[in-house]
Design a protein around this ligand. Sequence first.
Ligand SMILES: NC(=O)c1ccc[n+]([C@@H]2O[C@H](COP(=O)([O-])OP(=O)(O)OC[C@H]3O[C@@H](n4cnc5c(N)ncnc54)[C@H](OP(=O)(O)O)[C@@H]3O)[C@@H](O)[C@H]2O)c1
Length: 258
Amino acid sequence: MELSNNTILITGGTSGFGYEFASRLIALGNTVIITGRSVQKLQETKQKLPAVHIIQSDVSKPDDIIKLHEQVITQFPNLNILINNAGEMRKLILHENHTPDDITREIEINLMGPIRMVQQFLPHLKKQKSAAIMNVTSGIALMPFPISPVYGASKSGLRSYTKSLRVQLKHTNVKVFDLVAPGSSTPLNEKFMDSKDFNSSLVVTPEKIIEAAIKGLQKDKYEIYPGLAKVMHVMSRLAPGFLLSQAAKMGAEEMAGK
Ligand SMILES: NC(=O)c1ccc[n+]([C@@H]2O[C@H](COP(=O)([O-])OP(=O)(O)OC[C@H]3O[C@@H](n4cnc5c(N)ncnc54)[C@H](OP(=O)(O)O)[C@@H]3O)[C@@H](O)[C@H]2O)c1
């Protein structure tokens, strides 16, 4: 699709992929609105990227989504692209205590968030001449990642939902993209970097991933697999057991409850 003169809403645009998307898409001549929970991070982002529009909104809160929708379609009636990017990834040891609320946090942000955002914004997107939804999944949607068990479940759920959404929107003007991102050096990953099992050579910069995402959008490549994600995609079909055994090495002692 044409990637200029669009109005684009990106959830979670204050760091990592969201920030990189915002900065690249503004440079390409688009109007960009970003969200995030922290007002301070939004204001700091606005200082770095003066052209960006900022709105505080938590994607795990249904009321915030309803308010965000009202505000965005009033202020930016030409909105035609939604990028569901906001996400959280935790290391979760299931031997430890977690409240029922806490244990499902990634499902609420990474899976329920995009599903609710799509449902809220779809009627508006369908009215636009050309529109798109991009969901940011992960290489971890292609394989379980035992040290982050709920994150893995949220991303494979989001991938499944995205495929169904694409089928249901096939005869509309709304294109549905899945960015299957590999590991990247963003704040999301900081908590894993000091682990002795973390292989930093497998992690690429957000710039490289967003470069591939933008090319994918421009070429209507509905499933985008930058770098290592391509290998993971093939391996997830040919040798899923091998992939799981490799992923299970990360944090093996902690997961054994030692
Ligand atoms: N980095 C990787 O290795 C990697 C790999 C594959 C996929 N991904 C996916 O890529 C997406 C972006 O990740 P990233 O690495 O760029 O992470 P990041 O640098 O930690 O950025 C996350 C962004 O989302 C916002 N956010 C978090 N929870 C939110 C919520 N409930 N409501 C609204 N905004 C929220 C954060 O701001 P606030 O904290 O202020 O809300 C921040 O702007 C995520 O979906 C992640 O799962 C990342």
